[in-house]
Write a protein that binds this ligand. Structure first.
Ligand code: DGL
Length: 292
């Protein structure tokens, strides 16, 4: 295919999407990656749908001008509210982070007996959109249909009746991560505060439905307990992107490590400093873009 060696475009409201970038890089080492972080306009998590669609479309257009072969919306908020629109206007396939996370959550909960509880945490906008609940229900219906053909023991109706989805917004998690408050007591207390109602339900799994939350994974894991599997939407997205590129013969040829280019809409120094901590190595090649 003629676009195989074109880069993959990844974007987020800021630097949080680097958690997704890191997972993509881990399993697709030879792909060229272009990352866009909308650092001038972050956070998206408390903005309206119209604004999020407007910002996301501008970034998608910027990336498609760079001749990307696929676009990945690393931002959960943007994936929740803008994905349908982006897919309509995009000349290349667009991947969000909601579907892969939802799919994994259903797979995990199908493997436990009895009542199936799936918990999702995210920004206020993501939770308000109900995108995770909607997608989880769709995937459950679909997967149960398949399972029903494979075995007579699982009934579609039973599964959906026994499925409970809890969505909880944790708006202070993003600023805590952005301020580097990782080993502070206040962080543990805020995690306890937000997760109290979720922990009580003893869910089968907890979806980290925000780019920043994987940075808090160890703390969240401690709070939620070992009987709840933690699902990182970024990890699941990276897997499904890899499968897609393989299936459609779109992997880049060659075994040279891929080139990485970063664009931000403001303050590249902060992006370099904090972003380096997100991906665990220094970041170079950062350029500032002005959309105004
Ligand atoms: N990237 C956003 C998300 O995953 C979190 C930060 C923001 O609110 O913009 O939902």
């Amino acid at each position: 295919m003629k676009f195989n060696n074109s880069p993959i475009g990844i974007f987020d409201s800021g630097l949080g999407g680097l958690t997704v970038f890191k997972e993509i890089r881990k399993i697709l080492p030879f792909e060229d990656l272009i990352y866009f972080g909308d650092t001038a306009r972050v956070p998206y998590g408390n903005k309206s749908k119209e604004t999020i669609i407007k910002y996301s479309s501008e970034i998608l257009n910027f990336l498609t001008d760079k001749k990307i072969k696929i676009a990945i919306v690393a931002c959960n908020t943007s994936s929740s509210l803008a994905l349908d629109y982006l897919r309509k206007i995009s000349p290349v396939p667009v991947f969000g982070v909601i579907e892969p996370g939802a799919q994994k959550a259903v797979e995990v909960s199908m493997n436990i007996s009895g009542r199936k509880i799936i918990a999702v945490i995210g920004t206020s906008a993501t939770v308000k959109s109900g995108a995770y609940s909607k997608t989880i229900k769709e995937k459950a219906r679909l997967l149960c249909g398949i399972k029903k053909v494979e075995t007579t023991n699982v009934s579609n109706i039973d599964f959906n009746e026994n499925l409970k989805i809890i969505e909880k917004s944790c708006p202070l998690f993003v600023p805590l991560v952005e301020e580097g408050f990782l080993n502070e007591e206040i962080t543990t207390n805020i995690i306890k505060y937000y997760l109290a109602s979720v922990v009580k339900e003893e869910p089968a799994c907890l979806v980290l439905g925000c780019t920043h939350y994987p940075i808090l994974k160890d703390f969240i894991e401690k709070e939620i307990g070992e009987n709840t599997e933690i699902i990182d939407s970024g990890v699941e997205t990276a897997r499904s992107v890899k499968n897609y590129l393989e299936e459609f013969g779109m992997l880049k040829s060659g075994t040279e490590l891929g080139i990485e280019t970063f664009f931000v809409s403001d303050d590249s120094e902060r992006f370099k400093e904090l972003g380096g901590k997100f991906i665990g190595r220094p970041i170079d090649n950062v350029y500032v873009v002005d959309f105004s």
